[in-house]
Write a protein that binds this ligand. Structure first.
Ligand code: ATP
Ligand code: MG
Length: 280
């Protein structure tokens, strides 16, 4: 009897469900999530963003909605911003209210996000992970049908050290790595050729080599990334692209090709499995 394995179907309806994670807070996970989402969208792909930071959701500010989310019975319809679908805890509590939420409740909210959001067909669902390796991260890694994880780090040794711990969590739950993005790699003043490596040099590439995973690219320190994050404007809004915007497009292209290769590899494994089964 042939065994049917469903490699295409994810509960979210997304072709690729990607965790954007880091070890340390503040290395730029949310900025990377939003700008990667915008860059993928610019490449003509359909993108959703899930902000899983229960205690300090920042994505809504960076990606302000044109359309609010809606609740229809047990189903959540995501917000839409510049064509990007988005769900965040920011919609479910008052702004500025301190979020005193115990871990089991946080887990319940995350499970709700995983199971109840009707994303519709998506090419990429990017999940902005909270920093570290706690309960919520574990729930997400086990339940969100992740295709892979992108690890974000700065070049600094302490950030790289912490990212290794977060990578161990993904390894334990058998989530493959799509690759590493190094953020805040260097600063280059306008009209200057000189790059200043403020947080050290090459930490992200070394990490990628050590783990044998793709290096997806580096993003410089770019004041426009900071300004756009605060104002909710698109980094790609004007034709004159900043260095950060140009590098995000390169990273997005790398993400597309590595995600396709990863999917093909996992489908090949499934085909092989089916062959062996039929032979029995
Ligand atoms: N490449 C960059 N150039 C300039 N500023 C940046 C860059 N990346 C991030 N930032 C800024 O650094 C700060 C932290 O970034 P962000 O909020 O994306 O980090 P995070 O890892 O999501 O933080 P948290 O752990 O709190 O969720 C923000 O003010 C953001 O605008
Ligand atoms: Mg964040």
């Amino acid at each position: 009897m042939p065994l049917k394995l469903f490699s295409e179907e994810k509960s979210s309806g997304a072709k690729h469900v990607i965790a954007i994670a880091a070890g340390k807070g503040g290395v730029g996970k949310s900025s990377v999530t939003v700008n990667l989402a915008r860059a993928l969208s610019r490449l003509g792909l359909t993108v959703g963003v899930m902000d899983t930071d229960i205690y300090g959701p920042s994505i809504r500010k960076m990606l302000p909605e044109d359309q609010l989310p809606q609740q229809k019975g047990n189903i959540l319809i995501p917000a839409v911003s510049d064509g990007i679908k988005m769900i965040s805890m920011a919609y479910f509590r008052k702004e500025h209210e301190a979020a005193a939420i115990r871990a089991p409740i946080a887990n319940g909210i995350i499970t709700q996000f995983i199971k109840s959001v009707e994303w519709g067909p998506l090419d990429f669902l990017l999940i902005d992970f909270p920093p570290g390796t706690g309960d919520v991260q574990l729930t997400l890694s086990q339940q969100a049908n992740l295709s892979g994880a992108i690890m974000v780090t700065t070049p600094q040794e302490v950030a790289v050290m912490d990212v290794r711990k977060a990578m161990n969590l993904f390894e334990q739950v058998k989530v493959p790595f799509l690759g590493i993005i190094e953020n805040m790699s260097y600063f280059q003043a306008p009209n200057s050729q000189e790059r200043h490596y403020l947080f050290g040099k090459g930490g992200g590439e070394r990490l990628a080599r050590d783990y044998g995973v793709p290096f997806l690219g580096s993003i410089p320190i770019d004041p426009k990334i900071c300004q756009c994050g605060d104002s909710g404007q698109s980094l790609f809004a004007d034709g004159d692209m900043s260095p950060g915007a140009a590098d995000f497009l390169k990273v997005a292209n790398n993400v597309v090709s590595h995600a396709a290769a990863m999917k093909k590899a996992s489908q090949d494994v499934l085909k092989e499995f089916e062959l062996v089964w039929k032979q029995l």
